[in-house]
Design a protein around this ligand. Structure first.
Ligand code: ADP
Length: 378
């Protein structure tokens, strides 16, 4: 290893030899001096090495414009030259130069125009930066983005196709199970164990059906085909029905409801509203311990009504809140917590509520619980 003072001596020698002329000729960028019509007056070695022309060739009447391909010539006339005339300089304009062997060199150039006292242009000084690596990098990013978008499209196409294909046999299975349930309800020869088995098959198939329907809804949202049919909806009756259904599937879970004194009727799609609220109820139970109750509060305000569903569950990290209604998004605390889900329920809830002209918001504290509030116009 050379000593420090030896290195210093070499640096000093090098600096003595490194004249301004050398700096101009071998700078890590191209230097060009041109007349106002673009003809070359001076050009440094770096640029000559990049483009493969000799100095004599360039200085015998060639113009910077001769190095531009047709689109570059047009861009020069429409942008570069007017800008230079107007403000006396241009910065970071991307061009391509046609090299002597015909290949294109992507560059970025900066030009300063020198004028006399009366403002007449005398010559232009231009620095030229080789941006081939940057362009390559940009092209790679663009390609990666295209590939990612294509993968997302394929995923969506697959999910849409799969959910469509699954729906038909599932509907047939569900219909037949329910038929079987009705038949064995009165039969005396069926054991309790077999009855329970059929009940389990029925509830699990319904769950599966629900997932497939939600997947189908996400495809509909993506293609702008989710729509609602408006009619008068009695909100209290709707919430009672949801609670009854929830109680049937979540035995022993406690729900406290706070109604308003008068009847609340809104214009909306009853089935879609039921689906959205049911989803929020299911989440409230899913993400809280079995001994924790869920609170439902209905509030009637001047022009809208609110339904707030509060749980005392695991809560949501603050960083997750802005993404909660995104498709396939699941917060980190549930990803590691072993609660299964597809991360599309809230995406569909938001769409349904917004189709009604309403909104959904969430307040939550990790470890303490969450409140999802649906606001609907009256
Ligand atoms: P899923 O429950 O199937 O994951 P959702 O779209 O219904 O999908 O919910 C998205 C995410 O929002 C959940 O994965 C979870 O991280 C969070 N989340 C929703 N509701 C609650 C809740 N009541 N308590 C805690 N986290 C919730």
């Amino acid at each position: 290893m050379p000593e420090n003072h030896e290195i210093q001596e070499k640096v000093d020698d090098h600096m003595r030899d490194d004249t301004f002329e050398d700096l101009f000729e071998h700078a890590p960028c191209g230097y060009v001096m041109t007349r106002p019509d673009g003809t070359f007056v001076r050009v440094n070695q770096t640029l000559l090495d990049w483009i493969g022309y000799s100095r004599d060739e360039l200085l015998s009447g060639m113009s910077l414009l001769d190095l531009f391909p047709a689109p570059g010539k047009i861009f020069h006339e429409t942008h570069y030259a007017p800008l230079l005339r107007m403000q006396g300089f241009v910065n970071e304009i991307a061009f391509e130069l046609v090299c002597r062997d015909g290949h294109r060199l992507p560059i970025v150039l900066n030009t300063v125009q020198h004028t006399d006292a009366s403002g007449t242009a005398l010559l232009n000084r231009t620095t030229i930066f080789n941006s081939s690596q940057r362009r390559q990098y940009e092209r790679e990013i663009l390609l990666a983005r295209k590939k990612a978008e294509q993968a997302l499209r394929l995923r969506d196409q697959f999910l849409s196709l799969a959910s469509h294909e699954l729906k038909t046999p599932l509907t047939a299975i569900l219909g037949n199970i329910q038929l079987l349930q009705r038949r064995i309800a009165n039969a005396t020869s069926v054991s309790d164990r077999d009855r329970r088995t059929v009940d389990i098959i029925n509830s699990q198939t319904q769950r599966l059906n629900q997932m497939v329907l939600t997947l189908l809804d996400t495809s509909r949202i993506e293609s702008g085909q989710l729509s609602i049919l408006r009619a008068s909806v009695d909100l209290h009756a709707l919430i009672n029905r949801i609670i009854d259904e929830t109680r049937a599937t979540l035995e022993g879970r406690k729900i406290h409801v706070e109604y308003v004194s008068e009847m609340v009727v809104i214009q909306g799609d009853e089935l879609r509203l039921e689906q959205a609220l049911q989803n929020l109820f299911q989440n409230a139970f899913k993400y809280s311990a079995v001994d924790r109750p869920v609170y439902v509060q209905i509030r009637k305000l001047a022009t809208y009504v609110e339904v707030a569903i509060t749980d005392q569950g695991i809560g949501i990290p603050q960083t997750a809140i802005p993404h909660l209604f995104d498709r396939y998004y699941r917060a980190t605390n549930v990803e590691h917590g072993g609660v299964s889900g597809m991360g599309i329920g809230l995406y569909v809830v938001k769409e349904i509520i917004e189709l009604h002209g309403g909104s959904v918001r969430v307040e939550s504290r990790e470890g303490q619980g969450s409140t999802f509030t649906v606001r609907l116009p009256m």
